[in-house]
Design a binder for this molecule. Sequence first.
Ligand SMILES: NC(=O)c1ccc[n+]([C@@H]2O[C@H](COP(=O)([O-])OP(=O)(O)OC[C@H]3O[C@@H](n4cnc5c(N)ncnc54)[C@H](O)[C@@H]3O)[C@@H](O)[C@H]2O)c1
Length: 310
Amino acid sequence: MPLTQTAIVTGAGQGLGAALARKLASRGINVLVADLNETTGPQVAQELKGQFGVDAFFVRTDVSNEDDVKAMVKAAVDRWGRLDYACNNAAIGEVITFTEKDYSVQNFDRMYSVLPRAAWLCQKYECEQMLKQPPRQVQLGPSSKTVPSRGSVVNIASVAGLVGMGQPGYAAAKAAVQSVTRTGSQFYGSSHIRINTVSPGAIMSDGFHKWLPTLEVRAKEFVENNIISGPPAKRMGQPEELAATVSWLLSDESTFMHASNVICDGGYYNTRYAAEPAPEGNLPLDSQTFSGFNEEQMALASIVASDIVR
Ligand SMILES: NC(=O)c1ccc[n+]([C@@H]2O[C@H](COP(=O)([O-])OP(=O)(O)OC[C@H]3O[C@@H](n4cnc5c(N)ncnc54)[C@H](O)[C@@H]3O)[C@@H](O)[C@H]2O)c1
């Protein structure tokens, strides 16, 4: 009989992390719920046991603290003997701004002290454990071919790490999370550990629900007009949709995926045009750069310009 598989999900006390914990548990996977929140975290663990019949427990973890991260991985191994999957999802956010005037070094440092630091710390200790495990042979069904796997890790970044979105620290830190994935893949890929990134767009999580009202009017309009109603999906994503994507990327259905960045955003990143917040008073790009062109040249130049902006 195959061993029951095990997972760590950080930030699983609510939002995307909780949705992923439910998705993995629905696949029969045991889940360690890691979070700072000592109220919601244990509730989610309890729910997983009751609803899906898996083993689940909560470990109070500050993912930016090395000792906490080591203890988190140790707790999973003490209980289950191995770690098959990990999703490094816990994070903090910041508002959208249209100027750097009031943006402080403290804000910037705070983002870096949690987002890439936590992804790197968690990835390091999760992979250290996975390296100790003998590889499982994964069957590439329906054929009888097999490939080895010691484990799979997904780091959660954001489309804000790929486009300018008026979040100096958060965006830079999420780009750094993508970088943590790439470097980790170089270190661990040949040992049959897969590491990938998922970059969500706007997902109606608990965190997003609380974050949107904190934005000033112009920033809220930017989010509503560009990020929510602009993309082909014309709606926000649900945490369950993001969870399904992460679950697939962790699973044996994606065995040749290494170091990738899967964008799950309703099409925002690949279809956006002129969506960036321009500082007030700036001339539109066309009148700055292309004065003197005739209409046909202008149309062509606009297409090129929008590619440059992208
Ligand atoms: N919701 C979105 O629209 C969206 C978009 C892009 C990226 N993301 C990313 O997806 C992930 C989940 O987002 P969400 O919207 O579900 O967030 P959320 O705010 O709803 O939940 C985050 C969870 O992480 C926990 N947490 C925060 N700091 C922690 C720490 N230091 N140690 C341990 N736990 C900590 C919180 O207690 C909370 O339970 C984050 O990485 C976020 O940046 C979300």
